[in-house]
Design a protein around this ligand. Structure first.
Ligand SMILES: Cc1cc2nc3c(=O)[nH]c(=O)nc-3n(C[C@H](O)[C@H](O)[C@H](O)COP(=O)(O)OP(=O)(O)OC[C@H]3O[C@@H](n4cnc5c(N)ncnc54)[C@H](O)[C@@H]3O)c2cc1C
Length: 400
């Protein structure tokens, strides 16, 4: 048996013994995610047990080094673990902005002390992070950000506003882009700083969305004193002061990869083919409408082609490392495909698809998911911005 096959057999056994039955329902969707954090209420004992067991094994972040709470697995081993989890329909034990975004940035730019302080706690689901990048006048043009951070000797003083901060009202800490040097050129003079949401002067105001939910907030910093070190040797600033743009861009590649490859809702739930078979019914084993058949086939074929592209990119990347600028390809295609997929499902659902509440529509699950996909191609940088990056960084086209 090869090492990998031995690993597969051991993993299969371990999952069999340790994954609670209730966590093997393959349930995706935002409502079933375990986000962790100080204020997290577990949906069930099984969810808590599952997180505890996977965290102890380092498998909430299987590719991270063992010293920082990870499993230290290779790319191939991570793939085997994911495949074995999929085989039994195991839910992800933990999802978080700490895992998707801050963790990779700390692994690359953090000091050993910062990594030791924050990463194991992220891996155990003890800290929930949110992202303070966008401001009312800085979205696509993020480097225009104005949130001010002054050096006051023994601490930093932060003043300003962020917007569209997902889950700010439920998070424990926030990673924030601040302007530390207003005289420096636009992309310089920005620093990447970590702030405890419980600090005096930090407040949040939820923003209500089209779906009726408020998953994101305005976040205000009013004379917030941030200690220069959160613990001995654990600097509040990640990377060099004034070079936060480098950290920010690197983090964004991980965010975009995550959104494009599924964390933003792509490929969650039933596909259009299965949905159509149930909603409309089959005649002689297939859908009667040839136009609808063709549309569904196209979306599904594009979905498979995209999955293969993702697999190829994973092969090309080293364990624990991201896709770099190619993350913009994943982000662009994955989110636009996800929107097409849900448009197709709405066509199939007809007026029933628009139903907002009630048992039959599972409280408007389809309509709400369809509306949520609209945000996928905006969050983490819009589709237009991704196309600009692809043109410049991948195709190396001259600037217009
Ligand atoms: C669901 C969701 C969750 C989010 N979560 C967070 C979060 O947690 N933290 C956070 O900081 N932010 C978050 N955001 C904000 C998101 O990053 C911004 O909305 C996004 O970067 C776009 O910025 P904007 O909204 O200011 O739009 P603008 O930048 O004003 O863009 C408006 C339009 O102009 C186009 N445009 C702008 N510049 C160009 C250009 N150079 N070339 C071509 N077209 C251009 C854009 O594509 C867009 O269509 C979230 C957004 C959404 C939708």
């Amino acid at each position: 048996m090869s090492d990998l096959e031995t690993f597969r057999a051991e993993t299969r056994n371990w999952l069999e013994e340790n994954c609670p039955r209730e966590m093997r329902d393959g349930a995706g969707g935002e409502e079933n995610i375990c986000w962790g954090g100080r204020r997290w209420t577990f949906q069930s004992d099984a969810q808590k047990i599952w997180l505890g067991r996977m965290a102890a094994k380092g498998w909430t972040v299987p590719a991270w080094p063992k010293d920082y709470g990870g499993g230290g697995l290779s790319t191939d081993e991570v793939r085997v673990l994911k495949a074995e989890m999929r085989r039994i329909g195991a839910r992800s034990p933990l999802e978080s902005f700490g895992i998707w975004m801050l963790g990779p940035a700390l692994l690359k730019y953090g000091t050993h002390e910062q990594k030791l302080h924050f990463l194991p706690a992220i891996a155990r689901g003890e800290i929930r992070w949110c992202q303070g990048y966008s401001e009312p006048n800085a979205g696509s043009d993020l480097a225009s950000l104005q949130c001010k951070c002054e050096d006051k000797g023994d601490h930093f003083l932060v003043n300003g506003q962020k917007i569209w901060t997902s889950y700010a009202d439920q998070s424990d800490w926030i990673f924030v882009l601040v302007r530390t040097d207003p005289k420096a050129a636009k992309h310089l003079g920005i620093s990447f700083i970590l702030i405890d949401m419980a600090a005096e002067g930090v407040s949040t105001k939820p923003i209500k969305l089209i779906s009726g939910k408020s998953p994101f907030c305005e976040t205000f910093f009013d004379d917030v004193k941030v200690p220069k070190d959160h613990a001995p040797g654990v600097s509040a600033i990640v990377g060099e002061a004034g070079r936060g743009w480098d950290v920010a861009k690197y983090l964004l590649t991980h965010e975009r990869e995550m959104i494009g490859t599924g964390g933003g809702g792509a490929f969650v739930g039933r596909g259009p083919g299965e949905f159509a078979a149930q909603a409309i019914g089959l005649e002689n084993g297939r859908l009667a409408d040839p136009m609808l058949r063709a549309k569904i086939a196209q979306v599904e074929i594009d979905g498979w082609a995209f999955l293969l592209t993702m697999e190829r990119m994973k092969d090309e990347a080293k364990a624990g490392q991201g896709a770099g600028a190619k993350s913009s390809m994943l982000k662009y295609y994955g989110t636009e495909l996800n929107k097409r997929r849900f448009e197709a499902m709405m066509d199939i659902g007809g007026s029933d698809g628009l139903e907002w509440e009630g048992e039959r529509s599972e409280d408007g699950k389809l309509a709400k998911s369809w509306l949520r996909t609209k945000g996928n191609s905006i969050e983490g940088g819009t589709s237009e911005v991704q196309l600009n990056i692809i043109a410049k960084r991948i195709l190396e086209l001259p600037e217009a």
